[in-house]
Write a protein that binds this ligand. Structure first.
Ligand code: GDP
Length: 347
């Protein structure tokens, strides 16, 4: 017979926990264990980028390079105007591994060159792509080997809004509405340096109104707990008030005031990408990487993927029920036929 499980008693006379009168089991080290394991495994964040209506050139690639300090588009060929008119929306996937202080991040950027360039463009390919990733995950999850499932689901969609339009264009509204149940949409107001501060404020307000008016469900930042510290609550409110993030991208490194920074030089002055007075770039980067990466993944798993999964299971159940009905019907018809046949034979 095995001996009963016993809690270790605290040992008196030693420092710290051992000195406590409360019995110590050891589960307080759980967070450390999770932390160690996650460090080993690395993190993965998937992001997708969509261009809004209007031709290419809203600064997507520049922004991504500025955000993650990496060049995704080294060999990119910029299509001519005629090529762009004929272009259909394509999906280009770039996967990069970034490492910072031993922490690995697998970042996949899905670009949609051509979106909004031609008059008859639709977001169907983007929509299909998101579904395909859910489908793959659903299949892997339901399969026999669930050990090394690669999560390719899209966790965040940075939706670029042109600074030259009056708020959202009809294509923006339609596209966001087509995608908002499937992915976390984070709207960004591109090339904010082409607008004055007052214009940025007005456009942000208009876009927020339109988002509400058209019932677009963009990514909602989680509510702060009432017992959180005041600084965190303030940061959280700033984040919520900044939607859509007015961003400026640049890959030009400059030096001034004894430091190096990324900026854009104009005849009238210099714009600093990371200066909070010039743009929301830093807010966006902190949100994506430092504060909300995990939440973006959780919302994808618990809301978007769960909706997809429920729908899939519903469809599969319906198919099974219909198949059973059809087979029952066939059996019934066969029995009827046999009865009629035997009746005729008896006459
Ligand atoms: P993409 O086609 O959307 O990927 O756009 P690119 O990143 O290739 O940028 C197109 C052009 O816009 C380039 O000449 C960039 O230098 C410029 N650009 C990128 N970001 C900004 C920005 O924030 N402000 C301004 N004024 N120009 C930008």
């Amino acid at each position: 017979m095995s001996s009963p499980v016993r809690f270790h008693s605290s040992r008196k006379g030693k420092k710290g926990l051992l000195n406590s009168t409360i019995e110590y089991v050891g589960f307080a080290t759980l967070p450390n264990q999770v932390h160690r394991k996650t460090l080993k495994k690395g993190f993965a964040l998937l992001m997708s980028l969509f261009l809004s209506v209007g031709e290419s050139g809203l600064g997507k690639s520049t922004l991504i390079k500025s955000l993650f300090l990496t060049d995704l588009y080294k060999d990119r060929k910029v299509p001519s105007a005629q090529e762009r008119i004929n272009q259909t929306v394509g999906i280009i996937k770039h996967t990069i591994g970034i490492e910072e202080k031993g922490i690995k991040l697998r970042l996949t950027i899905i670009d949609t060159p051509g979106f909004g360039d031609a008059i008859n463009n639709t977001w169907q390919q983007v929509d299909d792509y998101i579904d395909q990733q859910f489908e793959q995950y659903f299949r892997d999850e339901s399969g026999l080997n669930r050990r090394n499932i690669q999560d390719n689901r899209v966790h965040c969609c940075l939706y670029f809004i042109s600074p030259f339009s009056h708020g959202l264009r009809p294509l923006d509204v339609e596209c966001m509405k087509a995608l908002h149940e499937k992915v976390n949409i984070v709207p960004v107001l591109a090339k904010a340096d082409s607008l004055t501060r007052a214009e940025v404020c007005r456009k942000k307000m208009k876009i927020r109104e339109q988002i509400k008016q058209f019932g677009i469900n963009i990514y909602q930042f989680p509510e702060c707990d009432s017992d959180e510290d005041e600084d965190l609550k303030k940061q959280d409110q700033t984040l919520k008030d900044s939607i859509p993030f007015a961003v400026i991208g640049s890959n030009v490194q400059m030096e001034g005031k004894g430091r190096r920074f990324r900026g854009r030089v104009y005849p009238w002055g210099v714009v600093e990408v990371e200066d909070p007075a010039h743009s929301d770039f830093l807010l966006l980067r902190n949100m994506l990487v430092r504060t909300h990466m995990q939440d973006l993944k959780e919302v994808t798993q618990e809301t978007h993927y769960e909706n997809y999964r429920a729908e899939c299971i519903h469809k599969m159940t319906q198919m099974v029920v219909q198949d059973r009905k059809r087979r029952m019907q066939e059996v019934l018809e066969r029995i009827q036929e046999q009865m009629q046949h035997s009746q005729r034979g008896g006459c």
